[in-house]
Design a protein around this ligand. Structure first.
Ligand code: NAI
Ligand code: MG
Length: 332
């Protein structure tokens, strides 16, 4: 009998390519899992009028972890009954920490020796999606609670203590002292009591510049939802781009592991997407489940192929999804 039960959601666009590639790799690596396939996303919404069906809730709740591809959120006015699948799942399951490691990989153009983690608050801020319009005026709410700020601050501080013991709280409390101030001060109140932790603060716009100028100064960075969304893509750009950036959405009970990238409609269906980000998301999942041995084997195999090729197009190579995946499997 398989040791783990994994919910597998392809979602939209290149999710249909990167999830099967990652599943093939997991099987080849001998990861002992039984998969429950589930659906979510915009394509499912167009056919069924909802973006996340009940069967998917059941699958997420009755498995040990979920592997997620990508989901489309169409730009413009929201169709009736539509909600962004991954944002919805993050909120429904209280997956309050979005953990996005940025580590130098052996790919052309990557900054050297970068090893930082962005911890993004995953349930609040501007992404509560409470928007309205009065004629020419459009308003979006931003919601910050002390409870959620403390929860994410504790998570980030604990992670920093396991790593380089440095935490940077990124904020914009100079302009938004009520909302951003609550986030910042709640976390600082907590970190003062964490012995041995070196905590600093940085205003978000400066943090964007500092990430580009000297990303090696950072260890763990914690921030509100939208800042984390934006800066984690920026950070991914430092070390090889979205094709290799992985993330975990974790809460007290469930974990959903996914790439940082989206459904990439510009390349979907062509078989050229880079599955590395999803493979590395699977590595995060394996570590969370405790299968560190398989995690290291996959991580090493991915690094070997990133070093020696073949590489996918986003990294300057010519390999398609399948050729790259075959090479990683061969490198196991
Ligand atoms: P995107 O991340 O899908 O793509 C941005 C660029 O990176 C594109 O040029 C794409 O071709 C490239 N790219 C992304 N992943 C790649 C991969 N694995 N291999 C090679 N190239 C890759 O962002 P975009 O285009 O802004 O958004 C597309 C859709 O995805 C939107 O509907 C958006 O709402 C959604 N989205 C979903 C996310 C999620 O499910 N977690 C995250 C970000 C966007
Ligand atoms: Mg994003």
């Amino acid at each position: 009998m398989a040791k783990y039960r994994i919910c597998s959601i392809e979602g939209d666009g290149i999710g249909h390519e990167v999830i099967p590639a990652t599943r093939r790799l997991l099987d080849a690596a001998g990861f002992s899992a039984e998969y429950v396939d589930a659906e979510a996303g915009y394509e499912y919404y167009l056919d069924h009028g909802t973006s996340v069906p009940q069967a998917t809730y059941d699958a997420v709740e009755n498995t040990d972890a979920t592997l997620f591809g990508a989901a489309t959120s169409p730009t413009g006015e929201k169709p009736p009954g539509f909600s962004g699948a991954i944002r919805h799942l993050r909120q429904k399951y209280g997956l309050y920490a979005n953990v996005r490691p940025t580590k130098t990989r052996p790919v052309p153009g990557a900054y050297e020796n970068v090893d930082l983690v962005i911890v993004r608050e995953n349930t609040q801020g501007l992404y509560v999606e409470q928007e309205r319009r009065y004629g020419d005026v459009a308003i979006a709410d931003t919601v910050i609670t002390g409870e959620a700020s403390l929860r994410i601050g504790k998570y980030a501080a604990e992670l920093a203590m396991k790593r380089g013991k440095r935490l940077t709280v990124v904020h914009k409390a100079n302009v938004l002292p009520v909302t951003q101030g609550l986030f910042l001060n709640t976390i600082l109140d907590h970190t003062r009591s964490v012995e041995g932790l070196n905590t600093s603060t940085m205003i978000v716009d400066n943090a964007a510049m500092q990430l580009v100028r000297n990303p090696r100064q950072f260890d763990v960075m914690v921030m509100t939802n939208m800042f984390g969304d934006i800066l984690s893509d920026l950070a991914a750009g430092l070390v090889g781009g979205l094709g290799i950036a992985a993330s975990g959405n974790v809460g007290d009970k469930f974990g959903i592991f996914e790439s940082v990238h989206g459904s990439a409609p510009d390349i979907a269906g062509q078989g050229v997407s880079n599955p590395t980000a999803t493979m590395l998301a699977a590595v995060l999942m394996l570590d969370e489940l405790g299968d560190h041995e398989t995690a290291r084997r996959i991580d090493n195999a991915v690094n070997k192929v990133l070093t020696e090729g073949p590489r996918t197009r986003d990294l300057g190579g010519t390999a398609g999804t399948k050729e790259f995946t075959d090479a990683v499997i061969a490198a196991l």
